[in-house]
Ligand binder design. Structure first.
Ligand SMILES: [Zn+2]
Length: 342
């Protein structure tokens, strides 16, 4: 009888212990399995990063560095880090930084001479130059250190992450890199490219760009004395009939674009495009109105930049709403695809 009891106890023990033993034995990692956290990008990007590793042949880019006035060759992704560092505040949301990285890479991809691009048309032998008003801004690591001071490590890491997580990706339309335009702050809408650069491109439509009202340069006022205003105008139009006594009646906005920006205006006997007027007076944008008070002209502007394509402040607002960099780019560039640089 006692022997039976022993057997039953033994069976119960086996039933209780065996599953734990099995789990212990089979949960051991095979020595060939990769260690955890290799390529541990954000979960959502895992497939994308894998794809880019397979398809992306990172090109070398030749840059005209206007700080040293020399040509420098470097891997594309290293170049893009220097562009994002120059073009967007590093404190912006990660998805906005990623959208900027893809835009920067796209602009460079289109100019790459090894891919049939024109290169920088100002500096012979360069694919791109580092001048913001020609190709796009780029700053060397030494300048990044200077700009960021003791935040250098932290900021650089954020920008490297944005570049790494979009590695190889560009914006395309019908399989080709698009002509990229971006700027700081919109007036609530983007501008049709034809209003600014007199070229029609199908991926630039007027779209809403909300959430920018709190940006530092969303609304600004420029003021000129009547005499200053006339002097500036005559520097370009010496035969202008402007006069301080009559100025208020001599300025008239003639038409607006679909995005609410000024298209053209009359200043004295001259009809002038708003884009030209903006650059003549150094205004933030072509969304402006006039006020006249006690011998001064006040020009109130909304937004900062030409308004074509992605607004950086708008991209940051979208990122804060939970949109990712693809949503952001596809919002500002109509009908485009995001794909690996072929
Ligand atoms: Zn250039």
């Amino acid at each position: 009888m006692k022997r039976w009891i022993d057997v039953i106890i033994l069976i119960i023990l086996i039933i209780l212990i065996l599953p734990s033993l099995l789990v212990l034995i089979f949960s051991k990692r095979s020595p060939d399995a990769p260690p955890p956290h290799v390529n541990s990008y954000h979960e959502g990007d895992r497939i994308e990063v894998k794809e880019s590793h397979i398809n992306y042949q990172e090109p070398t880019i030749t840059l005209y560095n206007h700080y040293t006035k020399t040509l420098e060759s470097m891997p594309m992704e290293e170049y893009v880090v220097g562009v994002v560092a120059a073009e967007m505040p590093s404190a912006f949301e990660m998805e906005a930084l990623k959208a900027q990285a893809v835009a920067a890479r796209t602009l460079a991809a289109r100019k790459l001479r090894s891919k049939g691009g024109s290169g920088c048309t100002k500096h012979k032998g360069a694919d791109v130059c580092s001048q913001f008003n020609h190709c796009q801004a780029w700053i060397p690591e030494s300048q990044q250190r200077k700009n960021w001071g003791d935040k250098y490590e932290e900021n650089r890491k954020r920008i490297q992450q944005a570049v790494q997580e979009t590695r190889g990706y560009i914006i395309t339309y019908e399989g080709k890199p698009i002509e990229v335009f971006f700027y700081s702050t919109s007036n609530g809408k983007t501008e049709d490219v034809a209003e600014v650069f007199s070229a029609s491109l199908p991926y630039y439509k007027v779209v809403e760009s909300p959430g920018e009202e709190d940006a530092p340069r969303y609304r600004e006022t420029f003021s000129f004395t009547y005499d200053e205003f006339i002097r500036i105008f005559r520097s370009k139009y010496p035969n202008s009939d402007l006069s301080a006594a009559n100025l208020e009646r001599q300025i008239e906005i003639l038409s607006w674009t679909d995005s609410g920006r000024v298209r053209d205006l009359r200043v004295g006997n001259t009809r002038i495009k708003a884009t030209e007027f903006r650059s003549l007076y150094g205004l933030n944008s072509t969304d402006f109105t006039f006020r006249f008070d006690q011998g001064k002209v006040y020009i109130d502007t909304t937004g900062y930049g030409h308004g074509v394509g992605m607004s950086q402040i708008g991209a940051n607002a979208m990122a804060r709403e939970g949109k990712d960099y693809r949503d952001i780019l596809k919002h500002y560039y109509t009908g485009v695809e995001i794909q690996i640089l072929p």
